[in-house]
Ligand binder design. Structure first.
Ligand SMILES: C[S@@+](CC[C@H](N)C(=O)[O-])C[C@H]1O[C@@H](n2cnc3c(N)ncnc32)[C@H](O)[C@@H]1O
Length: 297
């Protein structure tokens, strides 16, 4: 098992580090940030699943009136608004894939019995997956009946929280696993969504992760992900006060790494905030014919 890549903080004490570096002006800001639930979570646990989920839920909370007010300001910052866009992107693309699956089933008597399999990796608290599954259940009950929604995360705590969120329902399967180890993935997936991991991986590890995703999709399956550009203020605060270090990548860089991992059909678009690249990649459909030919010989 590898380490938790999102835990980038290394200093035992941030105030002691700031004192050592002579950045005394940041001490009052540090104290203030700790009153906001988002600020405190970032400081204590870097880019944690709780930090991401707090941004996605978009419900300000904190200590005393000031903490809640500051939390509301942080949640309105461009970086937070942009993070929420990736959360909506993942849900939207699962629903798009489910509709395409329903259309295929209607046209093809063989496809009508096929399962629909979706993975979120790393799942964190799998709110996007559960909301998307509920939308599939509402809109396409016949697809939902044949669906399994998988969530995999290296940390057992969000795996448990995801089970609680999903409730007792055998359409979900949450388990602990390493995104860099292909054996952690279920196979023959229709959709894989991944947000909040690539930002913590070096280029080499990112390609390794993308390759695992590519190999675990069925031919024609969809990989949904995102990458981020820095917001100057948020990046400064996160680096100085939370030691939250991320890899920022432009759309063309993501396309390059996806190509290296075997994805040739890749589309990217910029979110309305201008910081998030929203990505959809597809595993080549012709791969199926090649696989069938190889197994026949
Ligand atoms: C910022 S959260 C993102 C979770 C979720 N996808 C989201 O957007 O909220 C990062 C998650 O990555 C998980 N993680 C870190 N390294 C991992 C690895 N090598 N394999 C699987 N999960 C990992 C952490 O446990 C954490 O839950």
């Amino acid at each position: 098992m590898t380490r938790l890549h999102n835990r980038t903080r290394t200093s035992e004490s941030i105030p002691r580090k700031l004192l050592r570096q002579g950045k005394l002006h940041l001490l009052p800001i540090y104290a203030l940030m700790r009153t906001s639930d988002l600020g405190r979570e970032g400081i204590e646990n870097s880019g944690s699943y709780r930090f991401a989920d707090h941004v996605y839920r978009n419900e300000p909370s904190g200590r005393f009136g000031i903490g809640r007010a500051l939390d509301a300001v942080l949640l309105r910052m461009r970086a937070a608004r942009s993070m929420r866009n990736r959360f909506h992107h993942a849900q939207r693309e699962i629903l798009v894939a489910a509709r395409a699956f329903a259309a295929r089933s209607a046209a093809d008597p063989v496809a009508v019995t096929a399962p629909f399999r979706v993975l979120s990796i790393p799942s964190g608290i799998a709110r996007d997956l559960v909301l998307a599954a509920q939308a599939v259940e509402r809109e396409l009950p016949e697809v939902y009946a044949r669906s399994t929604f998988f969530g995999v995360d290296l940390d057992p705590a969000p795996v448990e929280l995801s089970r609680d969120l999903a409730g007792r329902d055998d359409h979900y399967f949450f388990t602990r696993g390493d995104a860099l180890d292909a054996t952690s993935f279920p196979s023959e997936l229709d959709v894989i969504v991944s947000t909040g991991l690539g930002e913590f991986l070096s280029d080499d590890l990112l390609v390794q992760f993308y390759r695992n995703c590519h190999n675990r999709l069925r031919p024609g399956g969809t990989f949904v992900t995102s990458s981020m550009q820095p917001d100057r203020v948020a990046d400064y605060l996160m680096r100085q006060l939370a030691e939250l270090h991320t890899h920022y990548r432009r759309g063309d860089e993501i396309i390059r790494w996806l190509h290296s991992a075997g994805f040739h059909e890749v589309s990217t678009r910029q979110d309305d905030v201008g910081l998030q690249t929203l990505v959809v990649a597809r595993r080549d459909e012709r791969q199926r014919a090649r696989d069938d030919k190889a197994s026949a010989t």
